[in-house]
Design a protein around this ligand. Structure first.
Ligand code: GRF
Length: 196
């Protein structure tokens, strides 16, 4: 069984959804660790309430590969899921976990990706540009922001009445519906190939 670490920086509704999904489908994988760079982020409480250990790692400590790789090794982590994780993943990590780090981005990449394009900023830009559709992208993580191979995209329409808030709500619904399922498929395709 594969062991998942979720990296998150903020609210953590995706993290919670993924934890619950694999708790209910325990044959595929288990979320054994949440890593967060913000001690006061809501994701910390969400994970603790679900009994998943949380490790706070500061932005500076993320640059220290001994700290991070040791933590992941100790927990026997096979796959890392970024769910609203706002730091760039350091190169040592994209190399060590090559093709084993997955991110979710709240737009149809390559549109509305890159530096500064996260959370509400994405939806504000999409609405301001008068787009008629947006969506989510689930992709592999490399050391270039939002540029790894795309695993899955799904679209949703935007009507003239939509606001950044209502678009965000639509996106969150899509994320809840698809992200855990896609992780499960990805893990299935990895087969017996574990890291530890
Ligand atoms: C999600 O929209 C995700 O696509 C993006 O950041 C948001 C995180 O939301 N990367 P939450 O913290 O999971 O509620």
């Amino acid at each position: 069984m594969k062991k998942i670490a979720i990296f998150a920086s903020g609210n953590g509704s995706n993290a919670e959804n993924i934890i619950r999904y694999f708790r209910d489908n325990p044959n595929a994988a288990e979320v054994v660790l949440v890593v967060c760079n913000k001690p006061d982020a809501a994701v910390v409480k969400r994970a603790e309430n679900l009994g998943v250990p949380v490790k706070i790692i500061s932005k500076a400590d993320f640059q220290n590969q001994d700290i991070v790789l040791e933590l992941l090794k100790e927990a026997k982590i096979d796959i890392i899921i970024l769910a609203g994780f706002l730091l760039m993943v350091p190169q040592y990590l994209t190399e060590h976990y090559k093709d084993r780090i997955i991110n979710i981005h709240p737009s149809l990449l390559p549109a509305y990706g890159g530096k500064g394009m996260y959370g509400r900023h994405v939806h504000e830009a999409v609405v301001a540009a008068g787009e008629t559709e947006t969506g989510i992208t689930i992709h592999l993580v490399t050391d270039k922001c939002d540029e790894g191979a795309i695993l899955f995209q799904v679209k949703t329409g935007i009507s003239p009445e939509d606001t950044p808030q209502s678009v965000e709500a639509k996106i969150h619904r899509l994320e809840k519906e698809h992200f855990p399922r896609l992780i499960e498929l990805f893990i299935h395709d990895l087969g017996q190939d574990t890291m530890h």
